[in-house]
Design a protein around this ligand. Sequence first.
Ligand SMILES: Cc1cc2nc3c(=O)[nH]c(=O)nc-3n(C[C@H](O)[C@H](O)[C@H](O)COP(=O)(O)OP(=O)(O)OC[C@H]3O[C@@H](n4cnc5c(N)ncnc54)[C@H](O)[C@@H]3O)c2cc1C
Length: 307
Amino acid sequence: MRGVLKRNEPLAPYTSWHIGGPADLYYRPRDLEDLVEFLGTLPSDIPLIWLGLGSNVLVSDAGIRGVVIHLLTSVDNALSSTALPIQMIPKEVFQSTGDIVRAEAGVTAAKLAKFCIKHGLTGAEFFAGIPGTVGGALAMNAGAWGGETWRQVVKVEVINRRGERSFRDPEDYHIGYRSVVGLKAAEEWFVAGYFQFQAGDSEGSNQKIKALLKQRNERQPIGVFSCGSVFKNPDNHYAGQLIEELNLKGYAIGDAEISSKHANFIVNRGQARANDVWQLIRHIQTLVLAKHQIELHTEVKFLGEFP
Ligand SMILES: Cc1cc2nc3c(=O)[nH]c(=O)nc-3n(C[C@H](O)[C@H](O)[C@H](O)COP(=O)(O)OP(=O)(O)OC[C@H]3O[C@@H](n4cnc5c(N)ncnc54)[C@H](O)[C@@H]3O)c2cc1C
């Protein structure tokens, strides 16, 4: 095995909230072959938890029992254009004027956006607004600025706990707003996505990204520890607006504070614990339900044990 293996590894530094206890076992594979080899060494009943850039997770203070697989790739060949093996390309995609990009799960979404611009492809600009990995974006159906991950997917490659890799189609998933449920197998994780984009004007894409990032910086707290939006927007409402109407901006439990810039963000002021964030989330849900009769559901994923 060529990756990084650690016992009792604190996970807080691997999350954008900078919160959370240790993983019993932590493995960061060097590449996909290494991941396959590592999975082959594990007992068949050990819990497996996957982590990308940790930008949408709350890890419990007690940490995580089992193995955390940290997929974060820096190698160049993890991104390639038109890499889909010919026999895997559905006819209509093969004939289209667009192009297919293969991105491994551990590549950052921002790198995918840049790669597309470099190759004269448009439609990937929204990935520049997602501070996660391709794997995390596939798992969350991440979206921004009107774009959404699974609208671009033509195939995914998955792996199971025995380290067996296979291909799946979008039809093999129930895909919703920030939600992706596999219909074929319970325990399968993404190792790569095949995305279709359109040939277009790179300069236009660059300008679009710049404008949208500027707009985002003006509206959202940037440069602080957060996980982005904590709650999904309920039908016909904005979660942030519902919270703001309760005058909760700036309200804190411990060091977990509802951002005064955007009420759907919870910011770690420095020493927040997972339990503080958890209590704050429950507090918000209770008050929003009481005032608006609307149940807020979290976008953020809870890893480890919570009350
Ligand atoms: C400042 C900020 C702004 C954000 N803005 C947006 C936004 O505009 N739009 C948006 O959609 N999100 C946004 N997010 C949330 C987050 O960036 C996305 O959900 C992102 O897709 C998560 O990717 P990740 O690699 O960080 O996943 P993680 O947070 O590491 O994991 C998220 C979930 O995906 C699972 N997972 C991770 N990798 C895999 C894999 N390979 N296979 C299967 N499951 C996996 C994890 O187990 C976990 O359940 C924002 C976050 C921050 C901090």
